[in-house]
Design a protein. Structure first.
Length: 254
């Protein structure tokens, strides 16, 4: 098996496909050097990310399947699933090599896996939009620390930019060690020094505004007061608010 190694970026992924197609190694698969450490004896071709080549693939996809379906390939990539990456390559080969559009043919296993991955990314994005809670720091920065199951942060940033245009904010993915900072003018990607901090420890390290702390205490008190024990349905509650999202909710802290 031949593997085309890329730098972990979406442009790198598409550049790897561009090179694979050019080399006519149609059975090759994409991977990163990090993921290939366990397969040292496989044939490896390292590809440098090339924005122009990646954009040519994006343009070609848009011409064949439209903008929305092309964006689905980006969502599929952000799943960080090696199988989904391989499926993405196969589907692009159908489009560019065989001139076949099979994305909606769910009887095809690759199309089904692709569709399921895109839906999975959509669900996680929706949950992050619903459960992310900002805390105001002493320097007027609203921050939120998250650890989503998948790399959905790039998919939800535009939502927060539209919704919170009048305040500085930071959303940081602790699991992947990067985030986005909005400074009232633009959104930019930021990274912090490597840390072994947990979600709670990092959140506590942010010096909260005194008024913010007061509001949090009031909200927790309100939540406890309105939580009628006799009507408590934990099974239904977990369906709507899975336990792995509780760490984002003020009323679940302490």
């Amino acid at each position: 098996m031949i593997y085309y190694l890329f730098d972990g970026s979406y442009y790198g992924y598409l550049t790897a496909f561009f090179q694979l197609f050019k080399d006519k190694n149609f059975d090759a698969e994409p991977s990163t050097l990090e993921k290939m450490n366990s397969n040292l004896f496989a044939q490896q071709i390292t590809v440098d990310s090339d924005a122009e080549k990646a954009k040519r693939i994006i343009t070609g996809l848009e011409l064949h399947i439209g903008t929305a379906s092309t964006y689905d390939f980006y969502k599929n990539f952000l799943s960080e699933d090696p199988i989904a990456w391989r499926v993405g390559f196969k589907l692009m080969l159908f489009i560019f090599k065989d001139n076949k559009i099979v994305l909606k043919n769910y009887a095809h296993p690759d199309s089904l896996y692709f569709s399921q991955t895109v839906k999975k990314m959509g669900r996680e994005s929706h949950r992050m939009k619903a459960f992310i809670r900002f805390s105001k720091s002493e320097d007027e920065l609203y921050s939120a620390v998250i650890e989503p199951d998948f790399n959905v942060l790039p998919l939800i940033i535009s939502f927060f930019k539209r919704r919170f245009t009048d305040q500085r904010w930071l959303i940081y993915d602790l699991k992947r060690d990067y985030g986005y900072l909005y400074d009232l003018n633009q959104v930019q990607e930021v990274t912090m020094a490597k840390s072994n901090s947990t979600h709670s420890e990092l959140a506590l390290s942010i010096q909260l505004d005194k008024q913010e702390l007061h509001y949090q205490k009031l909200w927790k008190a309100y939540f406890r007061a309105t939580n009628i024990v006799a009507r408590k349905n934990m099974k239904l509650h977990l369906q709507h608010v899975p336990k792995r999202y509780w760490k984002y909710l003020v009323e679940k802290q302490g």
